[in-house]
Design a protein around this ligand. Structure first.
Ligand code: CIR
Length: 266
């Protein structure tokens, strides 16, 4: 493992342009409904624009056009502080996605290692709240993947907490966190809410996913108006985006980018 000095600065998000075969993306819990690839591209551009409008610099990871699910770039890397761990996705069709991500984080100088076989881990299973890293043990992330995540990040100061995931694809399909660390989730989909010190139920599945844009702004799916209203009533400013074409493939606002918040100045 090596950890060279990062070159970026401030808030940076990795994104990856949808593959032409997006409509053939994997489905685990949903029935297949047709995906409009042209609409998906527009939604992706609007998602990226929303990040930029709220002060994020975006870097496009090189496309992985042979992989239908490659737009869900979050699954290919986990970043803690300024250390990036390349994952080993739990679905075989997604394994080739990591090479381009590795090149991108190497250019940023923040690569620390890789999950190796027989470990599997998807970034969507990793929820960071300060120095606590919750990792979902479910269909995509196995026990060896959890062990390797611990071995990579606990020496850097993280506390890794494993959480069983059964009802959804990834841990972050069920829960994400507000800026104060409160975990939010849609109760029917959360297997072990008692593992989180503070848990706030939200009324919609899509309302369980927020990206912290900075200050009190939360990127949230436009499919979750009642959850957005709840969050607004708590003093947050929801920023809704339409990601409907990606939701048909079990994607959500978190998985369309990798946020790097802690890169020191160049
Ligand atoms: C998959 O099954 O891998 C994709 N269709 C969806 C991945 C969504 N990723 C995420 O929530 N982190």
């Amino acid at each position: 493992m090596n950890n060279t000095r990062p070159l970026g600065a401030g808030r940076l998000a990795l994104v990856r342009r949808p593959a032409p075969g997006l409509a053939d993306g994997l489905l685990t819990h949903l029935a297949r409904t047709p995906v409009d690839t042209a609409a998906a591209l527009r939604q992706w551009e609007e998602y990226v624009a929303a990040l930029r409008e709220h002060g994020w610099r975006t870097i496009e990871v090189e496309p992985a056009d042979e992989c239908p699910d490659s737009v869900f770039v979050e699954d290919t890397v986990v970043v803690y502080r300024s250390a990036a761990l390349i994952t080993r996705p739990g679905a075989d069709s997604r394994l080739p996605e990591t090479a381009g991500t590795e090149r991108a984080v190497t250019r940023l100088g923040c690569l620390v290692g890789r999950i190796t076989a027989p470990g599997t881990l998807d970034g969507g299973d990793v929820l960071k709240i300060g120095d606590t890293i919750y990792v979902g043990r479910g269909g995509r992330t196995n026990a060896e993947g959890v062990r390797q995540l611990r071995a990579a990040f606990e020496p850097l100061g993280a506390r890794v907490v494993a959480v069983p995931v059964g009802s959804v694809l990834h841990l972050k399909s069920a829960v994400t966190a507000l800026p104060d660390g409160t975990v939010i989730g849609h109760p029917p989909l959360v297997d072990a809410p008692g593992l989180f010190p503070r848990f706030l139920p939200v009324p919609e599945e899509a309302g369980a996913h927020v990206v912290l844009l900075g200050d009190d702004r939360l990127l949230i799916s436009s499919a979750a108006p009642r959850s957005a209203e709840l969050l607004a009533s708590l003093g947050y400013r929801p920023v809704p985006v339409d990601i409907g074409e990606f939701e048909k493939l079990e994607g959500c606002v978190t998985c369309l980018s990798v946020r790097l918040r802690d890169l020191p100045p160049a």
